[in-house]
Design a protein around this ligand. Structure first.
Ligand code: DHB
Length: 367
């Protein structure tokens, strides 16, 4: 096919290094979407070009530049971490290329370029929900423990403000390095402060190490509960966490056990195509991102640039996570946030949703 007969999507992800699980989940979901929906849109052949940025922001930016200039991609997509999305935003603006953020979740990312559309989630959406749940469920004194970068700062701020508003107390706000974190001294500090709970945000993939150290220090036995946004009980690794994870309550937009026919179909197809790997919230951000791209391409008959961007805004559809839409003003995702508790289902650990907050907009946009 000639170049103009193709519709190219440049998918840039961490495929190696500590955040490789995010890349693996999103690539697998994008390929599943294409397998289910065909590789033709608006009479053009869809070509998915996947590149590994190793989670280094300068690499993400360079790859994006190459994709735009050499490959002439219609869309940039992926972005496994906040700094990788921020580094690429100027490329999207300068080249007028829509940029679909499928993973990164710091609130302000969508303000870095008018060409950014997000299908993942925002930390404030999840953080506010668990800060409403906690004080009604015996958790009044909390220590926060977050990864020290964009999403962690959002997770801390929106949780803290809301818990204080609800009459709770934040005894301390601890921040751990984002790369190669040693949680031990921070967990010791938490133990000494004796809160009702420690509230945690760590990025997808890092939760297992934290859970292990939480158990080793006997925090649960000391009566300190663990709560957080759902990143900590990430479906990719939840089942390997063991008993310490059982009973942990979190807030998030996606659980692999979300009870809908569409999600059951999605999970079964994903697991079948990936040797039993369970899809996590990263996978669903990638899957829904492909949906937004495909439908926009159909609506604009394969045109790129601003027309394609406009056709992404305002899309309303059912996702495996539940109902969602792309707010036309903010270009950010609006979806339900669920409160979930880890439970054993047929011997496997799952985040079992038990309460729903409907159509949650990013609280970071209304200030
Ligand atoms: C980000 C990365 C994650 O893995 C996650 O779970 C949430 C946010 C981020 O860098 O934006």
């Amino acid at each position: 096919a000639m170049a103009q007969d193709k519709f190219k999507i440049g998918l840039i992800l961490p495929m190696t290094g500590p955040f490789a699980s995010t890349g693996k989940q999103i690539e697998a979901a994008a390929r599943l979407y294409m397998a289910q929906n065909g590789d033709m849109v608006a009479g053009k052949k869809v070509e998915l070009i996947v590149k590994d940025d190793t989670s280094a922001a300068d690499v993400t930016k360079r790859l994006a530049q190459e994709m735009v200039v050499n490959e002439k991609v219609s869309v940039l997509a992926g972005f496994g971490l906040t700094p990788l999305a921020f580094a690429t935003a100027p490329i999207a603006s300068q080249s007028k290329t829509p940029m679909v953020v499928m993973a990164a979740a710091t609130s302000s990312i969508t303000q870095a370029s008018p060409f950014i559309v997000r299908t993942s989630f925002t930390l404030p959406q999840a953080a506010v929900a668990i800060a409403d749940w906690a004080p009604n469920n015996g958790i009044k004194k909390v220590v926060t423990l977050v990864s020290d970068y964009g999403p962690g700062i959002d997770a801390e701020k929106y949780f803290k403000d809301r818990l204080l508003f609800n009459g709770g107390q934040v005894l301390d706000t601890l921040r751990v390095p984002m790369r190669n974190p040693d949680f031990a001294p921070f967990l010791q500090k938490v133990r000494d402060l004796k809160p009702d709970a420690v509230y945690v945000f760590v990025p997808s993939g890092a939760g297992a190490a934290l859970m292990k150290q939480f158990a080793e220090r006997g925090m649960d036995k000391a009566g300190i509960k663990l709560i957080g946004t759902g990143d900590i009980t990430d479906d990719d690794i939840l089942n390997s966490m063991g008993d310490v994870a059982n009973g942990v309550v979190t807030s998030h937009h996606y659980s692999a056990s979300h009870n809908s026919p569409l999600n059951k179909k999605f999970v079964a197809a994903f697991e079948k195509a990936n040797n039993g790997l369970r899809p996590n919230f990263m996978a669903v951000g990638g899957y829904d991102g492909m949906r937004v791209i495909y439908e926009a391409a159909k609506a604009t008959k394969g045109a790129g640039g601003e027309a394609l961007l406009e056709a992404m805004k305002g899309q309303v559809f059912e996702s495996p996570r539940g109902p969602m839409f792309i707010d036309a003003q903010t270009r950010d995702v609006v979806h339900n946030i669920y409160i979930r508790k880890v439970e054993k289902v047929n011997g496997q650990l799952y985040n079992q949703e038990f309460a729903t907050l409907k159509d949650v907009k990013d609280p970071g946009k209304s200030r």
